[in-house]
Design a protein around this ligand. Structure first.
Ligand code: AMP
Length: 546
């Protein structure tokens, strides 16, 4: 027997219409390259998003056209988020940090019809445009008097196009499973793979992000989106913020600049900010150096790679900020788990609390988790057993966009293999030990590089570090600690840092050596690239092996 409830589709336009009716005067603040700090309201943003839809029709875009953006986080990008998807077309957000060949591949693979771009990327587009035959026009996201001189074919001006359009348009109704956005994963091997979100998945994920045990967003919040809007929809904040009426603060091209971020937090009363650990390192350093605080900031959502315990404690103890350690993936829209307390864990003290805080947290309602052994058998949730982490749920991708062969990451029962190795405790808290590809196997046993990095990061004098498995003739692999010094005039001593591990991890886990580098290689999304690091270290030999 079916229930007798309305089957109104879950569409992104309903987020916009709700925001327009209920939070029209809420503010959106953006750092821009042409207008300085720009401010306007949700109401104005949605009105201009309708103009975007009219522009797309005027330009003759097909009804399911892929419309690309190559842009930083700001108000115009937000207008495209809504103006493109609410029209039934697909917003393809491109990561400008990809290599030229990858950019060309994804633009052709998705058959983008128009590319909207920040003028900072004019040169980048000029260098590839002759290899992007599907693109009919390039729209510079700026005003007439800031248009770049460029050889780009059919270059148009965003403000001029919007100026000529009416803000009247009735966004259509359609099936909630219609594609809304496309984001390619920046995998380390092979071509990037497209994750195609739907209106339904986006709306459900937006509700989940607002929940108290997720980001707990409300109209009393001001959200700083440090996660780029070209990476998994800025973790969903552009949707959730409009849903509940949180003020939005966009850092524009300055999203890597600690001074700007701190200025925005304090000037705009930011209460919550989300980003990868590498963003927060310089921010914490800058706060310490200048003696500034961030009194309005109550929480930061940190994920994308493991957040070190030292960072969680520094935010909490020195600045009164709660770190919400989260885990997710492009394939998961992205949010999978968040570490918030339950009534038992909040009572933990000392080492038990520390062990708990580094976990990535519990699955959000809607996301099912399981861990399996090498034969695919389920492993117990005892906090000890670890294996392949698999997920399923309404905001997890069911396949990749236009792959010639079915994805090997999906099994017959609809579970998606995340490529992560994890344990889950009896309370449901999941802990990532490694990427499958980065697991260190020493003498047949697994060693968690993330656990070792956590210990090393609390050693004074280490700015950033990574632990990688390097070949060893006796043990097959041994962990090598790679360190970036905080202060090169006072470098860390190898013997001291290795001794620091004693009593904190099993003796045979202690890295066999430490080496120093000026900086660690990062991927296009700000994670340490262990693949590149291992290549850079090729030929390295452990002192006890030779
Ligand atoms: P991406 O799709 O580029 O966002 O990358 C997703 C991957 O990032 C996951 O599969 C994990 O390997 C890693 N990741 C994300 N969040 C965390 C976290 N909190 N701790 C450890 N790894 C993480």
């Amino acid at each position: 027997m079916f229930g007798l409830m309305m089957d109104t589709p879950l569409l992104i336009k309903n987020i916009a219409l709700h925001a327009e009716r209920n939070h029209a005067r809420q503010e959106i603040v953006s750092v821009t390259s042409d207008l300085g700090v720009h401010r306007y309201t949700f109401g104005e943003a949605i009105s201009r998003a309708r103009k975007v839809t009219n522009v797309l029709s005027k330009l003759g875009c097909s009804s399911d056209a892929r419309i690309a953006t190559l842009a930083w986080n700001d108000f115009r990008h937000l207008e495209l988020y809504y103006g493109v998807s609410c029209s039934g077309r697909v917003l393809h957000t491109i990561n400008p940090r990809l290599f030229a060949d990858q950019l060309i591949y994804i633009i052709n693979h998705s058959e983008d019809e128009i590319i909207f771009f920040d003028t900072a990327f004019t040169g980048l587009l000029e260098s590839i445009s002759d290899r992007c035959p599907t693109v009919k026009a390039y729209v510079a996201m700026t005003s007439e008097n800031h248009m770049p001189t460029s050889s780009l074919p059919n270059m148009l001006c965003y403000e001029e196009l919007l100026h000529a359009e009416s803000s009247e348009c009735d966004w259509p109704d359609f099936d909630e499973r219609t594609a809304s956005c496309l984001c390619y994963t920046s995998g380390t091997t092979g071509n990037p793979k497209g994750v195609l979100y739907s209106h339904r998945s986006t709306v459900i994920h937006s509700y989940a992000l607002c929940m108290p045990d997720a980001a707990s967003l409300s109209a009393h919040d001001a959200v700083l989106t440090v996660v780029p809007m070209f990476h998994v929809n800025a973790w969903g904040y552009p949707y959730s913020s409009l849903m509940v009426g949180s003020k939005l603060v966009f850092p524009g091209p300055k999203l890597g600049d600690a001074e700007t971020l701190i200025g925005l937090i304090n000037d705009e009363g930011v209460t919550i900010a989300g980003g990868v650990p590498t963003v927060w390192l310089p921010l914490l350093e800058h706060l310490k150096k200048t003696g500034q605080g961030v009194p309005t900031l109550s929480r930061t959502v940190i994920g994308g790679s493991a957040c070190p315990l030292s960072m969680i404690e520094e935010f909490r103890d020195d600045f009164g900020v709660q770190v919400l350690h989260g885990w997710g993936m492009t394939e998961m829209s992205p949010l999978g788990t968040v570490n918030t307390h339950n009534p038992q864990t909040i009572e933990y003290t000392g080492a038990a609390m520390q062990e708990h805080l580094v976990k990535q947290g519990r699955g959000l309602p809607g996301v099912e988790l399981k861990i399996t052994d090498e034969q695919g058998q389920d492993l117990p949730w005892d906090g000890e057993a670890f294996g392949t982490l698999k997920v399923r749920g309404p905001w997890v991708c069911s396949d990749y966009y236009k792959l010639s062969t079915a994805s090997s990451a999906h099994d017959g029962d609809g579970w998606f293999d995340t490529g992560d190795v994890a344990s889950i405790d009896a309370n449901g808290y999941m802990k990532i030990t490694d990427r499958t590809k980065d697991v260190i196997k020493s003498g047949g046993e697994w060693i968690s590089s993330i656990d070792l990095e956590n210990v090393a990061m609390s050693f004074p004098g280490i700015r950033e570090c990574a632990v990688v498995g390097m070949p060893h003739s006796k043990w097959q692999e041994r962990p090598l600690l790679v360190v970036v010094n905080k202060d090169n005039d006072n470098p860390v001593e190898v013997s001291e840092v290795l001794r620091f591990f004693e009593g904190k991890v099993a003796k045979w886990w202690i890295p066999s050596d430490a080496v120093f580098v000026g900086e660690l290689p990062h991927t296009a999304t700000g994670k340490v690239s262990k693949l590149t690091l291992r290549e850079e270290l090729k030929g390295y030999q452990f002192p006890d092996d030779g």
